[in-house]
Structure formats: structure tokens, C-alpha cells
Design a protein around this ligand. Sequence first.
Ligand code: PLP
Length: 504
Amino acid sequence: MLLLLRRVATLRGARGLAGAPARRLSGAARRHEKKGLGEESTLRPLYMDVQATTPLDPRVLDSMLPYLMHYYGNPHSRTHAYGWESESAMERARQQVASLIGADPREIIFTSGATESNNLAIKGVARFYKSRKKHIITTQTEHKCVLDSCRYLEAEGFRVTYLPVKRNGLIDLKELEDALQPDTSLVSIMTVNNEIGVKQPISDIGQICSSRKVFFHTDAAQAVGKIPMDVNDMKIDLMSISGHKIYGPKGVGAIYIRRRPRVRLEPLQSGGGQERGMRSGTVPTPLAVGLGAACEVSQQEMEYDYKRISVLADRLITKIMTEIPDVVMNGDPEHHYPDTLFLNYAGCINLSFAYVEGESLLMALKDVALSSGSACTSASLEPSYVLRAIGTDEDLAHSSIRFGIGRFTTEEEVDYTVQKCIQHVKRLREMRFEPPGQQNPPLTLATTSSQVTGSTYGTIIENTPWNPGGRVLIRYCLLPRQLLNYLALQRGYMLRSVRRHPPR
Ligand SMILES: Cc1ncc(COP(=O)(O)O)c(C=O)c1O
């Protein structure tokens, strides 16, 4: 225990070291270093992917430690002190979560994360009211777990309207009003988008839903703890929260379910009836305590974090956009500048670098942990559906990178990322091969699977007017898309489109 606490103290100390460059820089810095007998540590890239997950705040870890070791009782045990201790910690955590969003603690149900909360809200409400209401409204740019829950319901006979978004990523409120039908039970619209960072007009949506007596659910995984959210002011009936997006532990989240007027839902799982019967299963006390602490810290630090993150985001955007031409900011550029009214969320910046393959840039920026979008879909060959929904063309969608700035991001880290980004975008653009008098020929990546080995084969084909069948440029097996891109770039080509061949 002492050892662990000392480690936390060291972690805290380390935060004070601006940038800690030795941990972050140069290719050599990424090699494995032998530390002692059988002990190996890796010098890792700096972290700029806070939309995927956030590091644990040391204060959160502090609060969890006693419940991982000493207070191990089942919080649902009613007959002894072990149970009571855990129960009181769990109830304190419930209060901390409720306080952050202006709710009553009895309206907070612990879950395993926002995926579960979203499933519970959407499937639970739809199924409970299905005898009278069979219609749901959501948007095209929701997180996969919302879209998949809706698809699931469609297969059960529900109708779902997927609202389009405007070029800036925001919905048109008039379209929402027009989409409401007499049998609409639920509107589910996320607060802050996890790929482009735009914030929907939640209060206006809440107002529309309440005046039409339709329940309003918001996936606030990327918003809670970062911008003020008040379920009563915003007329929200259900809200999803995730622990690991707010410097809390992974594997825990919560759902807010309004009591007045009461929202009813069908639980997803059967069991001991914990959490008011809405989520059976033992509440993991240390994780719930961690979520509560993360909410409390976020509430205390929100204003400070918000200002700091806004300034750092502005620094990153301004430097990149002034140094590199043909960079497009995806989302709503107006909403990325620091303001004091918490109107926007600045920490999620999505930029498209024209003429550069996003995957190649990600590979070149190996000292920085970045992503091209949602962690859930980052293995897919398809361009982001969120970028497609805002009208980004396929080439630009393939050239986008998401920069995530969070509570622990330093100015030095931002400057380092910017400097490397400028250097590599320029280099990759220079590498593009333009045959005299004609455009860079598009390349197609064709993938096939072998029935014998089950392996996937990747082939890069040059498609040119004088070579309509496509000349095979590179043929490799078991290649991820990034590597194919990289090889194509080395040969002076840019990968434009992807064609999938059915398995032979
Ligand atoms: C907007 C949004 N909703 C839901 C989720 C899923 O959250 P969790 O990992 O807690 O299940 C995420 C995480 O990627 C997210 O960004």
C-alpha cells in the first residue's frame, strides 16, 4: 500500500515537470530500455488521444485504493459492517455523480460505462413503451453504441429516424421538430461529438422534447465533467456518463434516469434487482468510488481545465493553420475558440490535411499517440461516418487526424506535436509524385482472403486511363492499410480508394 501511495506521489511530482521531454521525444526515445533483472520499461509516445480515454487522475486513485484492499465488503450485504462500509462509499459516490449534473442521487444508476448506459436508455425506454409508441429519433453522427442499439430495435419492429447534421455537425432544430411523431417515445442526441467535438444545442432540444412530451436522452460521455451540464435546466430525462473519459477508472459509468416525471424502462439484464431493479449485478465499489471522485474533481476543476484546454487548443490550431496550407477544420471552427460561457468544447480538434493520407501521417507522428477518429472504428478501412455525415469528401475524410487535449496536456506537448505535424505534412506532400502534366494516378487497395490460410492479402493497383485494368504495383500479404499507404507513398503515390474483393 505504502509503495503504491509513494508511486502516486511520484506521479504527482512528475506532473510538475513541464513536458518531461525525455519521456517523449525522438525515435531513440521509443526503444525498450533494460532496467534490471527481467524488468523492462518502454519509453512511450506523448498522449494526445483523450477522447479515446483519459489517464487516471492520481486523486481518483487515492480515493479508490482503500476499497481495493481494505473495504472489500459487498455493498449489497445488509447483515454486517463490511457491507455497510461499502454501501456508504457507494452512496457517497452516487451523490458526487448526481451533484455534477444537478440530479437527485436516487436518479443515478451505476453501469459499466457509457455503452451500457446508452443501450439501457435506448432499448430500455423503447421496449417499455412499445405497446403505444414505436418511433425513436437519433442523429447520424452518434457513437456506434447508440446507432447499433437503434439498428437492433429496427430489427424488433421499431422505426428510427436518423437526423442528418449540417456542415458544422449540428442538427437543424426545425428538422427535429418535423421528425417528431405521435408515437415517438425517445429522442437520443449526444451532447459533445467524440470525433469532431461539436456540442449540440442541448437546452433547445430538451425544450422541444418536453413540450411534445417525448423523453430526451443524451449521450454525454464526452461532455460531463468538461462543460456544465444540468439535467433540470436542460430538460434531460436520461443521460449517459463514462468514468474513463473524465480521468476516472475504466469499466464504470452511470445513467441518469429522471424520477419526476418518471421515466420507466425495461432492464437489460435479469438478476438480484440491484440499482432499483434497473441494473442487476453487484456494484463494483472501488470503481463506483473512483467515478464519484472523478466527478467531484471535475466539478472543482472544470472552469480552470476549460480555460486551459481552450487556450492550448487555440495554440495548436493557430500554429498548424498558419504554417500549413490546405488544412480543413472539421466540425464548427467558430466553436473552437476560447469563450467564458462554456458554449463549446475545445479539447477535440479534427483536422484534414489535404494531399496527405491520415494513416501515413499517424505513422510518421509515431512519437505522439493520436488517432484518426473513434477508437471503436479505427481499425476499419472505411472513412469516418461522422466526417461523411458533415459532407467531407472521401479523400479529405481519409486525411483527418483528431488531436485530443486534456487536463494533463502541457504546452510543451502541444508545441512538440505542432512542430512534428508541420514537418511531416510538408515532407509527405513533397513526396507526392506528380507526373508532368497529369494528376497523381489514383491507387486502389484490393484485399482478398485466402480460403486455405485464412490470411488477408493486400494489393496496390495503379488505375490510370492508359492502364484501365490496373497494374499491380505492390503485392503483399497480411498488410494493414497503414503499411500499404506507407509503401505506396514511398513509391510516390497516394492511396485514394479502397476496393474490397470478395473472398476467393
Ligand atoms: C460519445 C461516446 N459515447 C459512448 C462511448 C462509449 O463509452 P464506454 O467506453 O464507457 O462504454 C464513448 C467512448 O468512446 C463515446 O465517446
